[in-house]
Ligand binder design. Structure first.
Ligand code: SAM
Length: 344
């Protein structure tokens, strides 16, 4: 029973305060603090409060808290007064116009994931997702009934997917030699962000993005400036409709949303479209073999969707039962890992 160790206390208080740090980040994004300081670096508390039309007292506390979190720093400090500017981290990821901005993903976390996690005790007691409590509607299908319940919510979800896909897309696209493939189908490819990265990395590859009609009808909002005619869009339901023919199928952040029976029905549809040599590129967070990490994947699983997080081995076994042999697994050092499988 020795005295508590300093590093243990530090670890415990970091965990206890984690939610406060998340919410401070979400609030600063929501109020557009980082956008303001990107265009006008060097404002003090009163000026920021005035520009954002919020209280001086609240702004002072929020900006001060963002400093030890590594999000803001003082450009100039005179005894009592700090002229704030974004840190490099905020400039890279939090300002909404940055090429790698996570602003839209953070808004999704704040509006959709945060309410789910505030019901975590219920989620664990009941073993169910808390979308019904959080959003006051009863979803039969997570996408149609929750994420796509209104145009506004749908656009927010799509922007969130788009921002992460823009960050991860290039490393997933470059993870393997895909020179043997001519046509690809990005199944559940959402805004096309990932598909455009594949097209850029593999100029000989045509990519068809397949997603629900509700999504495809909104994709014009997301086309890159230098539109690339290697990428096209087809609307449909991957459980009900025929998939476009391709010699490489991409499944990025799809399978973790579904339980094994649904995964089997999707994989059997893909397998039926494939001849030997056809590829399947899977991109997900891969859990460690003993499921001891990474925490990102295990924490995401607490949202208690019908799906689950799996290890590379578990994905390989699911794919093997449909005739796909795992050729390579890559931990990409980015937010998503990747696996290339070949149909035998
Ligand atoms: N692949 C994208 C990425 O990595 O950024 C988006 C992943 S998002 C988690 C899942 C995608 O699957 C959404 O775009 C959603 O609309 C799509 N989806 C869900 N159910 C679908 C279905 N039944 N048919 C077609 N697409 C579906």
């Amino acid at each position: 029973d020795s005295e508590p160790r300093e590093e243990d206390l530090q670890r415990i208080s970091e965990l206890m305060d984690g939610f406060k740090a998340s919410k401070a980040l979400f609030t600063a994004c929501e109020l557009r603090v980082f956008d303001l300081l990107q265009s006008q670096p060097g404002l003090d508390v009163t000026q920021v409060a005035q520009e954002l039309k919020v209280s001086v007292k609240g702004t002072e506390r929020l900006l001060e808290a963002c400093v030890p979190l590594g999000l803001l720093k003082c450009k100039e400090r005179t005894s009592q007064r700090c002229e704030y500017e974004n840190t490099d981290l905020a400039t890279r990821f939090l300002w909404s116009e940055s090429p790698f901005s996570l602003h839209d993903h953070i808004q999704h976390c704040n509006s959709t994931v945060w309410p789910l996690f505030s019901h975590l005790e219920n989620a664990v007691r009941e073993g169910t997702s808390q979308h019904e409590r959080a959003a006051a509607n009863k979803p039969n299908n997570l996408f149609q009934d929750t994420y796509y319940r209104s145009r506004e919510v749908k656009l927010r979800f799509m922007k969130a997917m788009h921002s992460v896909a823009k960050i991860t897309g290039a490393s997933v696209a470059k993870a393997f030699d895909l020179s043997g493939f001519r046509t690809a189908c990005d199944v559940g490819g959402c805004t096309g962000a990932m598909a455009y990265e594949f097209a850029k990395a593999h100029p000989g590859l045509s990519v068809t993005v397949f997603d629900l009609p509700a999504v495809v009808e909104m994709t014009e909002n997301f086309h890159p400036q230098d539109k690339n005619d290697q990428v096209s869009f087809v609307a449909g339901d991957f459980f009900k409709d025929e998939l476009p023919k391709a010699d490489l199928y991409i499944l990025a952040r799809i399978l973790h949303d579904w339980p094994d029976d649904k995964v089997h029905s999707l994989l059997s549809k893909i397998a039926a479209m494939c001849s030997p040599g056809c590829g399947l590129l899977l991109s997900e967070i891969f859990l460690d073999k003993d499921r001891s990490g990474p925490s990102r994947g295990l924490l995401q699983a607490l949202s208690m969707s019908d799906g689950k997080q799996r290890s590379a081995k578990e994905y390989s076994l699911l794919l093997e039962s449909h005739g796909f042999v795992t050729a390579h697994v890559r931990h990409t050092d980015n937010l998503l890992d990747a696996m290339l499988c070949i149909k035998v």
